[in-house]
Design a protein around this ligand. Structure first.
Ligand code: GDP
Length: 144
């Protein structure tokens, strides 16, 4: 079924501050199925590739250094319209602008160290999920 999954990251700051549990609890409480999950270090090459659309931005180096500076949790979430539903739960990129009750409003430190990533389209969700998870690491409610 199309449009039912998204890819997410709990970023290094949130992992370091012991926010993995509260963030996963919020995800579950909002009706998402966790279809895949693991903890790892992003290497610089992968982080640069992952954020390549921001390569020309002044914050690119800082962002890559932050994302590779400690372990992250990566996962696949499932729900109807997962990409849009999870971006709503995440809140705006800048936590100062994020709505009350969103993950970024609750757990972000600033616009860069903003606790979580979520795919911005179904196409990118497919690419990101395939990059991090093999078929045997996924436990989908929707797919075989
Ligand atoms: P997202 O889809 O909400 O994560 O936002 P973007 O794709 O625009 O940005 C990717 C990531 O780059 C964000 O989640 C932040 O970690 C970081 N970022 C975005 N804008 C800024 C900025 O203006 N300054 C800094 N330092 N980091 C930013």
């Amino acid at each position: 079924m199309a449009g039912t999954k998204t890819f997410f990251i709990i970023k290094p700051g949130a992992v370091r501050h012991e926010h993995i549990g509260p963030i996963l609890a919020k995800i579950n409480a909002n009706g998402f199925h966790i279809a895949a999950l693991k903890m790892l270090m992003l290497d610089r090459h992968h982080a640069e590739h992952f954020y390549s659309v921001h390569r020309e931005k002044p914050f690119f180096e800082s962002l890559v250094t932050f994302m590779t500076g400690g372990p992250v949790v990566v996962g696949i979430l499932e729900k109807e319209n997962a990409v849009a539903a999870y971006r709503k739960l995440m809140g705006a990129t800048d936590p100062a602008k994020a709505a009350e009750g969103t993950i970024r409003r609750l757990f972000a430190e600033n616009i860069e160290r903003n606790a979580v990533h979520g795919s911005d389209s179904d196409e990118n969700a497919d690419i990101e999920c395939d990059f991090f998870f093999s078929k045997s690491e996924r436990f989908s409610k929707f797919e075989d």
